[in-house]
Design a protein around this ligand. Structure first.
Ligand code: NAP
Length: 279
């Protein structure tokens, strides 16, 4: 199967490595806004060749759109205008606007909306790694709007990785990803800013940073090019969960002021319930 990947960064590049390695793809074409990214992708053997988007689409059986989500709004309608039998997927982190945009496109059936739930804080083709997706979930959105043969092929692709599959409607996808992914990024950006504002001595941060601090602040290394478009598109859901998060922080603050460590203890115990869900 010939696969063209539009936007050959962390997510597209990691898919390229895996699908080539497991034999699902026989040939991988890359297309990207930056020639430098394509050169790196060729050097790293993520892709077999690079082509301009129109040629990459014409030559492919399957097209994977893996740019930031704002670029997807421009690119997906154009890609659907150009396809004939080809199947198209996106891997974006937000879905509502994209799905509304192509809802009535004559080639809507050729398109399958997916979100592989795996990533790191790094970007670009140099960040692509093997095994990123192993045994993680991919969310498929509004599958009833895609042709069954397209859905089956894309499921086959993800299962070959191997990944598990979950089907959701678009609105639920955007709400749940605000809870399990988007809020933790804001929380991490804010924590990094807090510590940078309070601790002016960078060497001290480096010397004293515990593994707890490093793991909670890890997501603050993520790229604004990828995250600002996500917050723009999922603004309402993110605002809703951010309000709840601010309430929770305010609760801890108020307990500290009142020196109510009994309730503080209970809140930590309550938060420990997360262990039952995530080991
Ligand atoms: P990335 O590493 O920055 O890769 C995106 C690539 O697309 C970059 O090479 C970028 O080039 C290129 N690009 C930007 N605009 C383009 C355009 N108009 N035409 C062609 N190429 C373009 O980002 P990523 O982490 O792989 O994320 C890609 C998608 O996957 C996003 O939609 C994101 O929401 C989704 N996703 C991300 C994660 C995660 O944890 N990172 C997880 C699941 C899904 P530049 O060098 O100019 O930026």
């Amino acid at each position: 199967m010939i696969i063209s990947i539009i936007g050959i960064g962390l997510i597209g590049g990691s898919l390229a490595i895996t699908l080539k390695e497991n034999g699902f793809a026989s040939h991988i074409i890359g297309s990207d806004i930056q020639q430098e990214n394509l050169d790196k992708a060729i050097r790293r053997r993520l892709i077999d060749e690079d082509l301009p988007m129109e040629e990459a689409i014409a030559k492919a059986d399957l097209i994977i759109l893996s740019t930031p989500v704002d670029a997807m709004l421009k690119l997906l309608p154009k890609i659907l205008d150009l396809v004939d039998q080809q199947i198209v997927i996106d891997v974006g982190s937000t879905k509502k606007r994209l799905m509304e945009l192509v809802k009535n496109h004559p080639k809507r059936g050729n398109y399958v909306s997916t979100h592989p739930m795996a990533g790191t804080e790094y970007s670009g083709p140099e960040a692509a790694i093997p095994n990123l997706y192993d045994n993680k979930y991919t969310v498929f959105c509004d599958v009833e709007d895609s042709n069954p043969n397209a859905v089956n092929l894309v499921k086959q692709m993800y299962r070959s990785i191997p990944m598990k599959i979950l089907e959701l409607d678009t609105l639920s996808h955007d709400i749940h990803t605000a809870y399990v992914s988007h809020i933790s990024h804001i929380s991490s950006f804010a924590l990094a800013l807090t510590v940078l504002a309070k601790e002016k001595d960078e060497d001290r941060i480096f010397e004293l940073a515990s593994s707890g601090f490093s793991s909670t602040v890890r997501l603050a290394k993520s790229s604004p090019d990828m995250w600002v478009p996500i917050f723009r598109q999922n603004r309402d859901n993110v605002l809703d969960v951010l309000d709840e998060h601010i309430n929770q922080l305010a609760r801890f603050r108020s307990l500290l002021i009142k020196q109510d460590f009994k309730t503080f203890y209970q809140l930590i115990e309550e938060s420990n319930q997360i262990k039952k869900i995530i080991s």
